[in-house]
Ligand binder design. Structure first.
Ligand SMILES: [Zn+2]
Ligand SMILES: [Zn+2]
Length: 288
């Protein structure tokens, strides 16, 4: 809740006029508690998880009429509406019983690390710097946690669920055992703990993380994707290979970038596969 009674008081405290976005933030958040503002995060996760995979669902359904097969990474796999809806429904159950409580009970941590809701709002450069830090820290933590989940006990008891999809789809991005949702969810908090920022930045971080997860599980490789220009970005083909190999996979553990796998030598098999199998198969499809 903001410590100002009205706009004038906020402007007096800041010593300047509020910007348009700060005025909007004041009007929206002035009477809401920090807890309620934090809980918005659960709502955003639900909305973005529901909406972001929809373009891929549409493309997948068009494929049943033999359109755009050349962009599907595992082009022999087709998913029906009921397949995708089934996945969505299972994720929503996990969402209610794992993500919801995780979000609610993690609020004391948010307070402790000092995620602020007050004015002024962060600048664009502050948001960009913090999001970059969050992505890098989450990627590094996720690499090791994911690699640990591939040891026999972790795989059999927890991670096997996420690998039920050997050809992932957008809706399968958070399809996992509840324990995995919590373990990998904790990796998302490392950035905000080390570099705490504004609540708006925290919301944006969770949305960016969701967008990245849906894209890497989309099952599609679009040559015009602007993400291909991000240095060391793994992307859909990279993570698809991890699912394709399945249980025995000891490759491509990182969630966003490729550098951890390269440094620790866990993408050699993928490099060979990409050059000798995947690229050649793409060329054949293009010629059809
Ligand atoms: Zn895995
Ligand atoms: Zn995955």
């Amino acid at each position: 809740m903001l410590p100002y009674q009205n706009l004038q008081e906020a402007e007096y405290a800041l010593g300047r006029n509020l910007t348009i976005t700060e005025t909007l933030w004041f009007k929206y958040s002035a009477t809401k508690s920090d807890y309620i503002l934090y809980c918005h995060n659960t709502f955003f996760l639900f909305i973005f998880y529901t909406v972001l995979p929809l373009p891929y669902v549409f493309i997948e359904l068009m494929r049943s009429k033999n359109i755009d097969d050349k962009f599907k990474i595992q082009h022999k796999i087709k998913n029906s509406v009921s397949d995708m809806l089934n996945c969505y429904k299972k994720v929503l159950v996990t969402f209610v019983f794992a993500v919801g409580p995780l979000q609610i009970f993690s609020f004391p941590v948010i307070q402790m690390i000092g995620i602020r809701t007050s004015l002024p709002l962060p600048s664009a450069s502050e948001i960009c710097f913090q999001l970059l830090a969050y992505v890098l820290l989450e990627d590094y933590a996720n690499y090791w946690l994911h690699r640990l989940l591939h040891f026999k006990w972790g795989y059999d008891k927890i991670h096997r669920v996420h690998h039920e999809y050997t050809a992932p789809i957008g809706f399968a991005a958070p399809y996992a055992h509840w324990a995995e949702i919590i373990i990998l969810g904790l990796a998302s908090f490392i950035g905000p703990v080390i570099v705490p920022g504004h609540m708006v930045t925290f919301w944006l971080w969770m949305i960016v993380r969701q967008m990245e997860a849906v894209e890497t599980h989309s099952g599609y490789d679009f040559p015009w994707s602007p993400l291909k220009y991000i240095p060391f970005y793994g992307g859909a083909v990279y993570h698809d290979y991890h699912h394709y190999v399945g249980e025995k996979s000891q490759s491509n553990f990182a969630s966003v970038f490729t550098y951890c796998d390269t440094i620790y030598g866990t993408n050699k098999g993928y490099r060979w596969y990409q050059k000798e199998v995947y690229e050649k198969a793409r060329e054949k499809l293009k010629q059809k």
